[in-house]
Design a protein around this ligand. Structure first.
Ligand code: HEC
Ligand code: HEC
Length: 257
């Protein structure tokens, strides 16, 4: 009799623990298949930000849920359709990682010195911060909130490692022998539109081109910096956390699932 009572007392908490860990396992699987691609396998960031540090959109369960359900329009964060229990598991999993060991902070740097490096290396000839600079390459207004430190580092040292579709470089040679290289804005079966580094648009009839090459390397040249300069530049880039939609990018969040 006593044994039966003991068992009855023990079962409920065990079952609860079991479902909590089931939920985390499910959350991890969902994270791996839907989020790791941008946020890294352990959420420390990649093409998307580190989710273990301070979150610019809030760190309460409901903030994170809102971001997942609605995406962040005007940024690379898409919106997802999950069943309520999946959403719950995903948020539990992220919160469990956030409560764990914090990721080591990125190397310290002097962002004022980094701003000078940015100003003296021609970066603004291709990039915009706020309304200053060129729209040839991606806007860097919010790049510190949108990308992880390591991704920013790779972007500077090895830009060809990850070229977003929106900034694919294309080179064409016209029938007259003129050569144009730029960002592919639009392409269909018959036409191609490019934006060249001088921020001009060019439209081509593809059937009349002598050559059309989709570049394998980035339109951005790779840079070499000394250790300190690199740390300072990255401290500056990481500090760029302007508002979403500060620029003209008002696209709706794309839906993934
Ligand atoms: C295609 C890339 C991509 C995918 C896939 C993606 N994210 Fe994101 N995510 C981003 C980017 C980029 C941002 C930063 C947007 C910004 O604030 O500028 C972001 C931001 C976030 C934020 C807010 C971070 C903050 O600082 O407040 C959360 C939370 C988040 N993502 C969770 C997820 C989860 C969970 C998934 C999977 C269900 C996911 N993301 C899938 C790219 C992605
Ligand atoms: C000739 C034009 C050009 C110059 C000069 C240039 N960039 Fe870029 N940059 C681009 C293009 C195009 C991309 C997007 C394609 C890619 O990621 O390879 C890019 C991507 C980036 C990214 C990634 C942005 C994102 O949203 O992921 C960062 C960060 C960056 N550049 C920083 C810099 C810095 C810092 C400098 C100066 C030291 C610089 N760039 C100079 C054209 C340029």
């Amino acid at each position: 009799m006593r044994i039966i009572i003991l068992v009855a007392l023990l079962v409920p908490p065990l079952a609860a623990a079991q479902t909590a860990s089931d939920s985390l396992t499910k959350g991890r699987a969902l994270f791996r298949s839907n989020c790791a691609f941008c946020h890294g396998a352990t959420a420390t960031g990649g093409r998307g930000p580190n989710l273990l540090g301070q979150l610019s959109h809030g760190d309460r369960d409901e903030d994170i849920q809102g971001v997942i359900r609605h995406g962040i329009p005007g940024t690379g964060m898409p919106k997802f359709r999950f069943a309520p229990d999946e959403l719950r598991s995903l948020v539990d999993y992220i919160q469990s990682l956030r409560k764990g060991k914090p990721a080591p902070p990125p190397p310290a740097g002097d962002k004022a010195a980094g701003a000078k490096i940015y100003a003296t290396h021609g970066c603004s000839g291709c990039h915009e911060i706020g309304n200053e600079g060129s729209v040839f390459g991606p806007s860097l207004t919010r790049v510190g909130a949108a990308r992880s430190y390591d991704y920013l580092k790779q972007s500077v040292l090895d830009p060809s490692a990850d070229i977003p579709d929106d900034f694919q470089g294309v080179t064409v040679v016209t029938a007259g022998g003129h050569r144009y290289t730029g960002v592919r804005i639009n392409e269909d079966t018959f036409t191609l539109q490019l934006r060249t580094a001088d921020q001009q648009f060019h439209s081509f009839d593809k059937t009349r081109l002598k050559q059309l090459v989709v570049d394998k390397t980035s339109l951005m040249p790779p840079y070499r910096f000394g250790d300190d300069d690199l740390k300072n530049l990255l401290a500056y880039l990481s500090s760029l956390r302007g508002p979403v939609n500060a620029n003209t990018d008002t696209r709706h969040a794309t839906e993934v699932r």
